[in-house]
Write a protein that binds this ligand. Structure first.
Ligand code: ZN
Length: 443
């Protein structure tokens, strides 16, 4: 789960040390009954095995562009192999590789209506090495006025897939330098966004920017279980396997293990793949996806979503941070963006009598729906939600070096994974098809 946008930028500037606030204790959850599934299907020892490997110190916090994340990808691929999932046609094995661009700024100049702009007031988000633009280059000139959600508006311009010159009202000058965070990592694009701090919309302009364009490879890990009768209808189970890597040492520990965020979600994806492969007979095709680069902007799910027709995706169960007890206690979880489709209602119906309860997200102010990989597919209309148990108003180890295996409850996690399997039953069989997300209502 990503930080809230504004906090996220602050975090990138100073990957701050964590505060140790004490240890949690875990107890065995009460076994439930009436699910038609034995608990051996989701064994605590198997959940423990997978979670321990993914959150171990030798994965170095699974930071993007590190050997640690490569190691994690190989492990997930080896699990998909062991289970016997199929590989997607357009990937090299289970790993779906793609390039991200990391532009290094060299220089920029701008003249607007004959007025020379200082370099510090120009930020160009581009994957083009030498960019030269004037009023005849077809750039749309827009503004970010005073007030409003600055980073949100800026993000919309960057992601619009258009060439834009964005005049930023000087009231945003304190936050303006942070726009450079948009070019820490970028998808290759023919479009550029030029931000200039200034009030007036120019009729004539001449702008140039030079960057050193570096490419770096990343990969998602994807495995498939083809459907029996509805092969062209997909159901996705996903999580993200990247985390924050290595930060400042605290009590001698500098590794952000991300045991809950989101080794827990990947553990669920592997357990679910194993379960559905063993039971077989899934009418719809099931895709199991471990995304990369979620924490730094959701690049893995973005690349993934471009590899198929989103209209074929009937549902996405994205799983994030299910290793601790929810605010309602054991055997419960919440669904982000609950009101955006009827998928949550279908899941609840399937859970009736099982002893599990899934609730609408109790932290709507935190915008969790937009802070994980489900959002990318939801923006394409897919009923895509994140399932979590994380107490987002009080989770003590969220994004700290203390997000470690020892703080998680393996028995409860096994139960939650089982509940996800039960909740998806009629969606996998084709008996239920969730309503689509109305994309015009998304922010
Ligand atoms: Zn996170």
């Amino acid at each position: 789960m990503r930080l809230y946008p504004f906090v996220f930028f602050a975090f990138l500037v100073s990957c701050g040390p964590a505060v140790r606030t004490g240890n949690t204790t875990t107890e065995n959850p009460v076994a439930n009954s009436g699910t038609g599934m034995s608990s051996a299907e989701f064994s605590v020892s198997e959940v423990t095995r997978i979670e321990k490997v993914l959150s171990a110190d030798d994965m170095q916090g699974r930071g993007v562009f590190t050997p640690g994340i490569e190691k994690a990808a190989s492990f997930i691929a080896s699990e998909f192999e062991r289970i016997g999932l199929e590989k997607s046609a357009n990937a090299n094995g289970y790993q779906q590789a793609f390039d991200l661009i990391r532009p290094a700024f060299k220089s920029a100049t701008a003249t607007l209506d004959e007025k020379i702009i200082e370099q510090k007031d120009i930020i160009v988000i581009t994957t083009t090495e030498n960019l030269t633009v004037n009023e005849q280059s077809g750039y749309e000139v827009v503004t970010i006025p005073k007030g409003g959600e600055f980073f949100n508006e800026a993000r919309k311009h960057v992601n619009a897939g258009m060439n834009r010159l964005v005049m930023v009202d000087p009231s945003h000058s304190a936050n303006f330098p942070r726009l450079t965070n948009f070019k820490r990592q970028m998808m290759p694009s023919v479009n550029s966004t030029i931000f200039i701090l200034g009030e007036t919309v120019p009729s004539k302009f001449s702008i140039s920017a030079i960057h050193d364009i570096k490419k770096a490879a990343l990969s998602n890990v994807v495995g498939i279980l083809p459907g029996t009768s509805r092969k062209d209808e997909y159901v996705i189970f996903s999580g993200h396997y990247d985390h924050l890597g290595i930060g400042k040492p605290l009590n001698g520990d500098s590794i952000f293990n991300g045991a809950n965020d989101d080794a827990a979600g990947i553990t669920a994806v592997i357990m679910l793949a194993d379960y559905f492969k063993r039971t077989g007979g899934n009418e719809r095709t099931i895709i199991f996806a471990a995304f990369t680069a979620e924490e730094s902007g959701g690049f893995g799910s973005r690349y993934f979503s471009q590899q198929f027709d989103p209209a074929k995706v009937m549902a996405m169960f994205n799983i994030e941070m299910i290793g601790t007890e929810s605010k309602w206690g054991k055997n419960s979880a919440f669904i982000t963006g609950y009101e955006k489709t009827d998928m949550g209602k279908i899941m609840e119906k399937n859970l009736a009598g099982s002893g599990f309860k899934f609730y609408p997200d109790p932290y709507p102010a935190q915008q969790l729906f937009y802070r994980s990989d489900n959002a990318t597919l939801a923006r394409l209309g897919v009923p895509a939600h994140t399932i979590s148990t994380s107490k987002m108003d009080s989770e003590p180890y969220y994004h700290t070096a203390d997000d470690e295996f020892e703080t998680l409850d393996m028995a409860n996690m096994a139960q939650i994974i089982k509940a996800i399997a039960i909740s998806s039953r009629t969606i996998i069989s084709g008996a239920d098809t969730p309503s689509r997300v109305n994309t015009s209502e998304l922010r």
